[in-house]
Design a protein around this ligand. Structure first.
Ligand SMILES: Cc1cc2nc3c(=O)[nH]c(=O)nc-3n(C[C@H](O)[C@H](O)[C@H](O)COP(=O)(O)O)c2cc1C
Length: 366
């Protein structure tokens, strides 16, 4: 007999009704054409998650402009109408299989390690990123030293997110998720050591969150009130896993209240372990990052990080504060995770060969 789970019932997200509370987390798979158009493999790959029962598919990070935003070679973009049109088939395929689809918009900033138009990278400040480039996306060695982005260029970045969101809407998507997490450009602005600006985008936490706010406001103005707009927020980064906000709970209050006031419909938090205390006892009252997002943002919250068992998904939902659970690696290992969970079928482990040596979509996946 099929088991009932807290996540297995429909839920409202903005004006969308999702058939359940399980989402596919955004995952970059570098399987587009060199100039950033969607390929047949990508259409089948995304359709597979919808056919497997997920309620919501969040795409991999998609670059919004044709200047500095591309992070990885063969990453898909939505910087012009040609790239945008190539996404229509993805939206249709996912809808045809009963799921909703949101496009994640991502500017890589200083973490760009593969842009087929330029080798120059931009960032809030000329600070070399920690860590090393990602090998499974064709990177090697340290990240290059970025150039400090000008205020005029910042205005261009904001406009490009808005234009990209509108293109996503025209391509048939149900919403966009602004990537404010994981070390990419918007998170670089949020991060004390990466942002050494002395203008209104640097200094206090309120100043460092300003670019995220202005991007959300511009996106909202471009797409109108009916289109879903979310934001992803994290502490850890692909190049600095253990980063914590210096002022813990106080920073959380500033960041989550500001992005909520800017017109976001949901906040998507990602942590290594979504059920762990975000800041520890010294710097907070011990809640999770998702818990603070709900408390200070007062919006629907998507939680991500090690939640790939029905028990973990149920536990975060039962605790309250989380509305939707997003699965990364467990979804890659089980395209039909929701169906398996309801039917009580055992899960597969992630085959390491899917992401190695390169992270592109393999023929076995489509
Ligand atoms: C191959 C791969 C690619 C990823 N690409 C992105 C991305 O484009 N955007 C993003 O926000 N997170 C990205 N992530 C992070 C995942 O969305 C997720 O936060 C992470 O896998 C942790 O969730 P999990 O414990 O369910 O796997 C990626 C993760 C993996 C494994």
């Amino acid at each position: 007999m099929a088991s009932q789970h807290l996540w297995s019932t429909p839920v409202q997200l903005g004006r969308l009704t999702l058939r359940n509370r399980i989402a596919v987390a955004p995952m970059t798979r570098v399987s587009a054409t060199e100039d950033g158009q969607v390929t047949e493999n990508m259409i089948r790959y995304y359709q597979g998650f919808a056919a497997g029962g997920f309620g919501l598919v969040i795409t991999e990070g998609v670059y919004p402009d044709l200047i500095h935003s591309q992070g990885y070679l063969y990453q898909p973009g939505i910087g012009d109408d040609v790239q945008a049109r190539s996404w229509q088939a993805v939206a249709e395929a996912v809808h045809g299989a009963g799921a909703k689809i949101v496009m994640q918009l991502m500017h890589a900033g200083a973490l760009s390690q593969g842009n087929h138009r330029t080798r120059e990278t931009v960032a809030p400040s000329a600070v070399q990123p920690k860590g090393e480039q990602l090998g499974f996306y064709r990177g090697q060695g340290p990240y290059p030293m970025p150039r400090e982005i000008t205020e005029q260029e910042i205005a261009g970045v904001i406009a490009s997110f808005a234009a990209a969101a509108l293109r996503a809407r025209q391509a048939g998507f149900d919403g966009v998720e602004v990537h404010g997490a994981n070390g990419y450009l918007l998170d670089q602005f949020l991060t004390d050591y990466a942002n050494q600006r002395t203008d209104r985008y640097g200094g206090s936490t309120g100043n460092r969150v300003r670019l995220l706010v202005e991007v959300l406001e511009a996106v909202r103005a471009a797409v109108g009130p009916d289109f879903l707009v979310g934001i992803r927020i994290s502490q850890g980064k692909v190049n600095d896993y253990y980063h914590k906000w210096a002022n813990g709970q106080q920073d959380a209050e500033i960041i989550f209240s500001h992005v909520a006031a800017a017109g976001a419909d949901y906040i998507h938090t990602t942590e290594f372990d979504a059920q762990a205390s975000a800041f520890g006892e010294a710097n907070s009252d011990g809640d999770t990052l998702a818990g603070y997002a709900k408390r200070f943002g007062k919006l629907p919250v998507i939680a991500n990080g090690q939640l790939g068992t029905p028990e973990a998904a149920d536990a975060v939902l039962a605790r309250g504060g989380v509305d939707i659970v997003a699965l990364g690696k467990s979804a890659l290992a089980n395209r039909d995770w929701p169906r398996r969970a309801v039917d009580g079928v055992a899960f597969e482990e992630l085959d390491a060969g899917i992401l190695q040596p390169l992270a592109h979509i393999k023929s076995s996946e489509v």
